[in-house]
Design a protein around this ligand. Sequence first.
Ligand code: PLP
Length: 348
Amino acid sequence: AAAIRAIEEGFTKYTAVDGTAELKRAIIDKLHRENALDYSVDQVLVSVGCKHSIYNLMQAVLNPGDEVVVPAPFWVSYPDMAKLAGAEATIIRTGAEQSFKISREQLRGAINERTRMVILNSPSNPTGAVYSREELTSLAAVLNDFPDLLIASDDIYEHVRFTGQPFVNILNVAPQLAERTVVLNGVSKSYAMTGWRIGYAAGPAHIIKAMTKVQSQSTSNPTSISQVAAAAALAGDPSFMHRQNEEFASRHLMVRDALRAMPGVECLGSDGTFYIFPNFQQAIDRLPGVDNDIELGEWLLEHAGCALVPGSAFGAPGYMRISFATSREVLTAAMERIRSALERAFAA
Ligand code: PLP
């Protein structure tokens, strides 16, 4: 309704490059109210989705030769965005045995004199892993020892969680890192507004200023109408999120249990997001003509009529990512098809 009103009132011209005053105020209020983080207007940049915010950040601060620490399994865009800025990703591998979360020792071991940035993403796409306060505190102890490192905290799945624990990010446990941390978020996931394309970054004014320059010479402002819609979302009643999470939590259990009952599949389960990241390695080992997760993706398309994203895309071969942001009927049918395709193949 807010967006329709904006169109009818002719709010369809350029806005300030870094976003409207109204939306920036709504973002500052949200960060204060929900995250206990305080920012001024020169510390916030509104962009065309959280993806754009992350891209602007990497373009603004990375140089050729720099390294970016990326815990795997990672959201597919981080390493490639680093590459586009001339930098390189240093991947920290984790598996289900460590709940897909990096340890302080692994973080310390990945940092060298070329490391410029560390990316944290909790809840995580693709694993659904959520770092606890204690785990973040232990990572912060390492980050404290490297004062030149920047930290990117991708909080886009902040509101999509099933554990009942309050959301925490690195700044909640280590406020002293604020002078070198950029918080990245947006309305895509929490408000189911993926197509509106509004994300934002909040951080030190000098970094936000540099990111604004990048944006100014590429896209300029995000769509004026979408900014009005995003401000209405952030300022509106968030109670629907509770129902939304209950639904995701119940679909998650349904999909997790169905996967655990399949031959050749192991599944840890998620604490948040609408993804689950089962291990199909045993199935890959047993299926004739299938040698890796990419070939398994093709095999499942052909034999089960289901599209799963191979774990290799996320730096985790042998796993597959499933999204449960679809109806229970579709999910039930999909789980049944995958199970029966595997059982048929193993019986043959
Ligand atoms: N960060 C993560 C971890 C994501 O999974 C996504 C979307 O898939 C994004 C950022 C980008 O979000 P947006 O749609 O706001 O650009």
